[in-house]
Design a protein around this ligand. Structure first.
Ligand SMILES: Cc1cc2nc3c(=O)[nH]c(=O)nc-3n(C[C@H](O)[C@H](O)[C@H](O)COP(=O)(O)OP(=O)(O)OC[C@H]3O[C@@H](n4cnc5c(N)ncnc54)[C@H](O)[C@@H]3O)c2cc1C
Length: 507
């Protein structure tokens, strides 16, 4: 009997893996992972992604080996690898999940599809989350998401027939240009860690989710940290949704305060799992938003004014704004940051520094272990004011600092040169009198940078420029079209009158 190939991509597990389960029903299976040098050489790839993926490949191989057929690893261009394998084994059926990736993976998939047609190989791609291929209109999308998330989980196969297909060793790095970052401690990958993280969150840490998610001090403990597991597929989204609902059901009739807090947190968490696919759907429907403003009326707004000196300062965590710098430095070291601080970093680059979003997006993509193109580019554009359908949110970096890190613990941890600065000045160290700076040994402009911009003036100027674009009649027409084809249907009526000029500016 001819074998079939199951191609693992961003779905590095055997549990709730529809393509694997379906292929096994048809006959023997070759589980394949292709290490693609072209993909790993892209400007949005980073060693921390590979380090996570590598750990996932180890547990995937272990789980497949237990079933009877280890993972087959091959390095090279996907079409060439598949073609070699077809010649070696005569396979005629290829199975995988649908992928909503970056342009590189999209174009690779087009090449694989063309090759499959030429070779009479049947390539079956199955959905792995709530994203719908070929969607034209968002009406009814939430109901569809609900149906997908409620489907029974696919059981992992009972066994796999062994084959003699050769595998290559798992390399330390996929391309020479991607070298380990010794001072970085990104999250650990792999199925075991994924399961531990999920149960730790649902049993213990999640109680603090709703209250703790915004401050970088509490978010580390309170947020789920499931994002890289969802991005690289060591857990399926359906598994996480169903486990969350099971946990909520167990708390349903419990009247105690603790159970009420849990229920609120779990509701907020599940809403974000919904957002996961809501945002990915937008990239699936409009892949060009990886490169272009979603609202074309914003074209030309920032592009020609890109200031590399400002970009360098931002990307190194040297802007002179303590919370902004602490967030960037902690992200560089750990590969993770909570949502609000990601939004603040992005908005600071887009508004205060007036940087077009593409370079900051690539920089952050390389720093986030959980880099998920569908969520990433949408969030970047939302926080940069270029979607046309979301309120402008311009974070005041000093106000955020006062609110989210009142006593400066997070700042002092990640910006140690500000260690001796008293609480009264930790959020605005440039306000320290010179004699105090000298006595503390923290001279602004020497030991720590002076603020790179006047944050109030630059926020006001940025707001005026973006609002001017949004007020143009053509922008309003365009934003209505975007809302119709891509916007969330939740709260759409409320938004209709304010869609293009609503702002939230913090002073
Ligand atoms: C500029 C910017 C870029 C981002 N880039 C990414 C990215 O590349 N990959 C990524 O997974 N998330 C991204 N996010 C969304 C969010 O910040 C992260 O999902 C979250 O911080 C991950 O931590 P967690 O798993 O503990 O999240 P939790 O708060 O525990 O949420 C659980 C899951 O819900 C999903 N989720 C949470 N918040 C959002 C959101 N706002 N939008 C969509 N899905 C969400 C994620 O899958 C997350 O793992 C980005 C946010 C911003 C502002």
């Amino acid at each position: 009997m001819r074998p079939q190939v199951v191609w693992f991509k961003r779905d590095l597990r055997v549990q709730d893996h529809r393509p694997l389960a379906r292929a096994v029903e048809q006959g023997p299976v070759i589980p394949l992972y292709v290490i693609e040098p072209g993909l790993w050489a892209e400007p949005d790839s980073a060693w921390r992604h590979w380090s996570f993926v590598r750990a996932c490949l180890v547990t995937l191989d272990r789980d497949l080996t237990r079933l009877g057929q280890p993972l087959v690893l091959r390095k090279g261009d996907a079409v060439e690898v598949l073609d070699d394998l077809r010649r070696e084994t005569g396979f005629r059926a290829l199975w995988s999940h649908e992928e909503t990736g970056n342009r590189w993976t999209y174009e690779r998939d087009l090449r694989v599809a063309a090759w499959a047609r030429e070779q009479s190989v049947i390539w079956t791609e199955l959905p792995q989350n709530g994203v719908i291929r070929g969607l034209r209109n968002r009406d009814g999308w939430s109901a569809h998401w609900e149906r997908r998330m409620s489907e029974t989980l696919s059981a992992s196969p009972g066994s796999l027939a062994p084959s003699a297909v050769r595998s290559e060793p798992l390399p330390r790095e996929p391309v020479d240009t991607l070298q380990p970052e010794p001072s970085v401690q990104p999250q650990t990958g792999g199925r075991d860690q994924a399961v531990r993280t999920l149960s730790g969150f649902l049993e213990t840490r999640g109680i603090g989710y709703q209250r703790g998610m915004s401050s970088p001090l509490t978010a580390w403990e309170s947020c789920s940290h499931l994002s890289p597991h969802l991005a690289w597929g060591s857990l399926s989204l359906r598994e996480v949704v169903q486990a969350t609902r099971e946990r909520s059901a167990g708390l349903k009739d419990d009247p105690c305060v603790e159970a009420r807090v849990w229920r609120r947190s779990l509701r907020a968490f599940e809403e974000r799992l919904h957002w996961h696919c809501h945002f990915m759907q937008k990239l699936e429907s409009r892949p060009l938003i990886e490169f272009r403003n979603l609202m074309s009326a914003c074209d030309g707004l920032r592009e020609s004014e890109f200031d590399p000196v400002r970009f360098q300062a931002w990307s190194r965590g040297e802007t002179g704004f303590p919370l902004v710098d602490a967030c960037m430095r902690s992200l560089r070291a750990t590969g993770w940051l909570n949502f609000r601080m990601r939004a603040m970093l992005t908005a600071f680059a887009a508004y205060h520094l007036w940087l077009h979003w593409r370079e900051p997006a690539l920089h952050l993509a390389r720093l986030f272990t959980d880099y998920e193109p569908g969520i990433h580019y949408n969030q970047i554009q939302m926080q940069s004011g270029t979607t046309g359908i979301n309120a402008l949110r311009i974070y005041n970096p000093v106000k955020q600092s006062l609110e989210q890190d009142t006593e400066g613990h997070f700042i002092r941890r990640w910006v140690p040169e500000l260690g001796p600065v008293p609480n009264g000045f930790i959020h605005e160290p440039w306000q320290m009198p010179i004699p105090l700076q000298q006595s503390l040994g923290v001279r602004i402009g020497q030991d720590y940078p002076a603020p790179i911009v006047d944050h109030l003036a630059s926020a006001r100027a940025a707001r005026q420029r973006v609002i001017a674009v949004r007020r143009q009649p053509e922008s309003k027409v365009e934003s209505r079209t975007i809302q119709k084809t891509m916007g969330s249907r939740r709260g759409a009526r409320r938004r209709r009158s304010t869609v293009s000029t609503q702002t939230e500016l913090e002073f």
